[in-house]
Every structure is written in C-alpha cells, then in structure tokens.
Write a protein that binds this ligand. Structure first.
Ligand SMILES: [Zn+2]
Length: 157
C-alpha cells in the first residue's frame, strides 16, 4: 500500500491492510474513487470500510478466492456486533456501497471470479441495454446507473 491510501486511513484501521490479500488493491481503490468524482470524506469512509472488511476476512481466514456478495452480506451482519476496534467504520449503508465498488474493482482486475447471473437471460439483456442507454445516451455516472438499474431489475422480477 502506498502513502496515498495509507494517509487516508484512520489510525485504528491503518494496519488492517498489512499482510492481507486486499493490500495491493488499496491504491487502485482510492484512485478509482477519485476518478469517479467521489468526495474526499466519502473516499476516507469507504476506504475505512474496506480496511475493516480486510481485517475481518483475515481474522476468519477468508481468502480472496472466495470473496463475493455472500461474503459481503456476512460482513454486514458482523457490523452491529463488531468489537474489532473502537473507531472502526461500522455504518452498514456506507460499508455496503464501499464493498460493492470493491467487488466490481476486484472483478475488473481479475482478482475474484465474475458474478454468476441468477436472473433470466431476457432480464439480463434488458438491464444491459438499459444500462448502456443510461451511460452512453444520458451520460449518467456509474453510481447513478447502478441505482437505476437495480430499481428496474427489482421491478421486472
Ligand atoms: Zn469488526
């Protein structure tokens, strides 16, 4: 981890990335959020959530190969009961958003398996065309596209 990511972490979670499989993605995570236009405070909060997740995975011996949406859900259930550190990031809303971005980044880097589609092929195709429309015709940011496609998906299913 470089100084870029290291300086953004709170003291309590600063060393949580050390010796974890996610340490090499900390810089690309911060760079990705900056390029997407996230506010500095949001980047700090999200990086704190990812550090907490890395710490939790290490404690439970959860390797990078098995990290997916199910792992994230297990981590989110840990948050209300967490005793990892006094000032660590415990907001479920923030952690969910931060880890959704992390999973996307790890898949882009080819570090974790691609998500297996569970929806019918016709729904996936329709959502894909809608997402293309939002990004390339409407020019919306990825976060906005993600929220809108999730709502349409929920409506269609
Ligand atoms: Zn914890």
């Amino acid at each position: 981890m470089s100084e870029l990511a290291r300086l953004r972490l709170a003291r309590a979670s600063r060393n949580w990335f050390c010796d974890t499989e996610l340490a090499t993605s900390a810089d690309s995570y911060v760079r990705h959020l900056s390029q997407q236009g996230y506010a500095s405070g949001t980047i700090d909060a999200y990086l704190g959530s990812v550090a907490h997740f890395a710490h939790w995975c290490t404690r439970l011996h959860i390797g990078l190969a098995v990290i997916n949406e199910g792992t994230v859900e297990r981590f989110l259930k840990h948050l209300p009961l967490c005793h990892c550190a006094h000032h660590c990031q415990r907001w479920r809303y923030s952690a969910r958003a931060a880890l959704r971005i992390l999973l996307t980044l790890l898949r882009t880097e080819g570090r974790i398996a691609q998500k297996k589609p569970s929806d019918p092929a016709t729904i996936i195709e329709e959502i894909s065309r809608f997402e293309h429309y939002l990004k390339h015709v409407c020019g919306l940011r990825p976060t906005t596209c993600s929220v809108r496609t999730q709502r349409v998906r929920a409506f269609l299913l």
